[in-house]
Design a protein around this ligand. Structure first.
Ligand SMILES: [Zn+2]
Ligand SMILES: [Zn+2]
Length: 431
């Protein structure tokens, strides 16, 4: 197999300004310097001519790059801003919904170096970076395969299952229609060569080139989250009801492999209120810094955490976040838990109505102004207060980033790290 090319959707707009640094080919002709492409009802306008699409290929791949002006990054987040960004590979313009869509066609390994440089902290160990390179590559190749010919929406749309008095939603990344991945956090953050890639990232990607996680001949859907809380969750408890054997329950430890049945309320309570030994049970700032972005580092208590609401606060929050009028929330009753103790279904008993909600992300969304760390929590009532005792950060399926960082520090290599989190999977070299 040859190294695939990735089609990355970078930006859209009515008018795109950019610059070719080095020579770019349009058909047989060669161009360099400042360019302007605009959208009009007659098509894509460039140098006073109209086209249905435009494709510019670098003439000497390693030296040429193009610079796009005013690219939006962090769309919808508090750090949203515009900046000029540079990219290697080919540049393509197409029309989508009355706008120009800018696509970068880039070899997969080049794409990965950029993605891992922007997503991972500079202090991450080589083995952790290698593990992440294999995961990102697997995630992407799994996605590339699923795109073919399937007509799907562009936004993150919740999937529904409504039965009687239940509202069960789960969110999954919808595929893009006209390209493979977008450049923003929705897929993986990609900023081309705007920021210099770090030598250890290049080394991690090069040394694992072409390697993906496979299970029974299929590329794995390599999910990961920040901190499992000591036990891995299974895929079907967070997303659609499909079992992936390599995403199975297990203790996040090699010393202690015993794991109680956390689907049982009494066991879940004992587990969440204790501090069991596991790889991700750490408050070592030096290790946490490898995984967390700067703005996350104020928080170090996510292996076990606590949140307190008064009854009024909780009622207001649930009514506002769910858009459903529950009246005064009187009780929150766990209905179903996954194998990591994460709640899959939670019954909300209000003075006006009672409804069971799920799955984990919807529960986290409704019970916090942003998102609760995880849905692995137990609730205690104390007078007017609802006290949430919780474990972990994120969905807990697949690789636990903090656990993996600790394993890297303890001398495990990337293969051992991956095979600990993706049970029964294998690392295969595809090209
Ligand atoms: Zn996307
Ligand atoms: Zn963990």
């Amino acid at each position: 197999m040859k190294e695939p090319k990735v089609r990355v959707g970078i930006m859209s707009g009515q008018e795109i300004r950019f610059c070719f640094h080095g020579d770019y080919l349009f058909g047989e002709a060669c161009f360099t310097g400042e360019q302007l492409v605009t959208y009009s009802s007659e098509g894509i306008k460039w140098k006073d001519k109209y086209y249905s699409e435009l494709l510019f290929e670098p003439s000497g791949f390693t030296e040429s790059f193009f610079e796009l002006y005013e690219v939006s990054i962090g769309i919808g987040f508090h750090w949203e801003r515009r900046e000029n960004q540079s990219f290697q590979g080919a540049l393509k313009f197409i029309v989508e919904n009355g706008k120009l869509l800018v696509i970068n066609l880039v070899p997969l390994e080049t794409y990965l170096i950029s993605v891992i440089s922007s997503e991972m902290s500079a202090s991450a160990s080589l083995e952790l970076l290698k593990a992440h390179a294999v995961i990102s590559r697997s995630w992407l190749m799994n996605k590339l395969k699923s795109v073919n010919g399937v007509l799907v929406g562009k936004s993150e749309k919740p999937q529904f299952a409504i039965q009687d008095s239940q509202l069960i939603k789960w969110y999954d990344t919808d595929d893009h229609l006209l390209f493979d991945v977008c450049a923003d956090d929705h897929c993986q953050r990609y900023q081309g060569i705007t920021r210099a890639s770090r030598p250890t990232v290049t080394q991690a990607v090069t040394e694992t080139a072409g390697e993906v996680l496979m299970y029974e001949g299929e590329i794995c859907d390599a999910r990961f989250s920040k901190c499992c809380g000591g036990a891995f969750e299974e895929f079907q408890y967070c997303w659609e009801d499909k079992k992936h054997p390599y995403l199975s329950r297990q203790r996040d430890s090699k010393k202690c492999t015993e794991l109680p049945d956390l689907r049982l309320e009494t066991e879940a309570e004992k587990w969440i209120k204790s501090i069991p030994d596991s790889f991700c049970n750490t408050t070592d700032q030096r290790i946490l810094r490898q995984v967390l972005n700067n703005y996350d580092q104020e928080t170090i208590n996510f292996y076990r955490w606590k949140v307190v609401y008064t009854q009024d606060e909780l009622s207001e929050l649930i009514n506002r976040r769910s858009g459903i009028d529950f009246g005064t929330v009187e009780e929150l009753i766990p209905v179903e838990r996954g194998v990591s103790g994460r709640l899959v279904r939670l019954k909300i008993v209000g003075s006006k109505r009672t409804l069971t909600i799920g799955k984990e992300l919807e529960i986290r969304r409704i019970l916090s102004t942003s998102h609760l760390y995880s849905s692995a929590f137990v609730i205690e009532r104390k007078g007017d207060q609802f006290i949430f005792y919780g474990a972990g950060w994120g969905h807990g399926v697949g690789l636990c980033q903090i656990g993996a960082a600790v394993m890297g520090e303890q001398g495990y290599n990337y293969n051992e790290i991956l095979l600990h989190y993706y049970i029964g999977a294998m690392v295969n070299k595809l090209y």
